[in-house]
Design a protein around this ligand. Structure first.
Ligand code: ATP
Ligand code: MG
Length: 255
């Protein structure tokens, strides 16, 4: 039986990871990860390159398998594979550093595609919803253009709208602004701040400290596959506990 079993508790955390371990060959990339994210919380993930931030995100929607432990979204444990997994994966939207839009489809078509193909939503409804979302991220007037005709910041906002089109319960962002020219960073962060205000549960890998302090409720500092610090943004950025975190902050602050 591959179908997911619903939880009996009403107020399950939106994301729950228990004793999660993962290796890439000899590399122990995630080590005993225990994490509960309540509904509506915005979690900022920071840490040195290679510490496992992207892998953590990718396991949350099963783009990567885990060796042991459990992951549940809104009280429902993720199955390893099958149709139940596809359905639960749609609950978790993901936005990457590279925008990954379909080059030969218009902006509107990019946002409509998954709801029509995966959810079987009627095209007229999908179009109306896509336009609403494009409005929300401030690019409804570009709906009929192709991705290459848009700036990086605009393309990333389309990627956010596209993820939202599946009505996810959780949004994961893996360095969403690090491929952007500096002047385009704020327009993407503003959309994310608004999403946080609207109550979306978010996990955001970013070194944008302004955003972390404005929208973040919690900071996880990852180091060599472990969650080494788990605290609020003010405490982390002003008084990190470990030498490793101090060293890391020193490096990002001197950029
Ligand atoms: N598919 C893979 N196969 C083998 N090793 C991998 C794979 N993906 C990631 N790794 C390794 O796992 C470790 C953690 O990678 P990950 O991408 O999660 O780090 P990160 O914290 O996101 O780093 P960055 O800040 O550079 O994005 C790295 O040592 C990386 O080389
Ligand atoms: Mg990464």
């Amino acid at each position: 039986m591959t179908d997911a079993v619903p939880s009996l508790t009403e107020d399950a955390p939106m994301i729950s990871m228990r004793t999660v371990d993962k290796h890439f060959g000899a590399l122990h990339v995630l080590q005993d990860i225990n994490l509960e994210v309540p509904k509506g919380q915005v979690v900022i993930v920071v840490g040195p390159s290679g510490s496992g931030k992207s892998t953590l995100c990718r396991t949350i929607n099963r783009l990567e398998t885990i060796d042991s432990g459990t992951i549940a979204i809104d009280g429902v444990q993720l199955p390893a594979e099958g149709r139940a997994l596809a359905r639960l994966r749609a609950d978790v939207g993901m936005v990457f550093q590279s925008f990954n839009l379909f080059a030969h489809k218009t902006i509107l078509e990019n946002v409509m595609l998954a709801p029509v193909k995966v959810r079987g939503i009627d095209k007229t409804k999908a179009r109306a919803r896509a336009m609403e979302l494009l409005e929300r991220v401030g690019i409804a007037n570009q709906a009929d253009k192709y991705p290459a005709q848009l700036s990086g910041g605009q393309q990333q906002r389309v990627a956010i709208a596209r993820a939202l089109a599946m009505s996810p319960k959780v949004m994961l962002f893996d360095e969403p602004t690090s491929a952007l020219d500096p002047e385009m960073v704020s327009e993407v962060l503003e959309v994310m701040v608004q999403l946080a205000k609207d109550g979306m549960t978010m996990v955001v890998v970013t070194h944008e400290m302004g955003f972390a302090r404005k929208a973040g409720n919690r900071v996880l500092f990852m180091d060599e596959g472990r969650i080494a610090e788990d605290t609020d943004p003010d405490t982390f950025f002003t008084a990190p506990k470990s030498e490793r975190a101090k060293d890391f902050l020193g490096k990002i602050l001197s950029h």
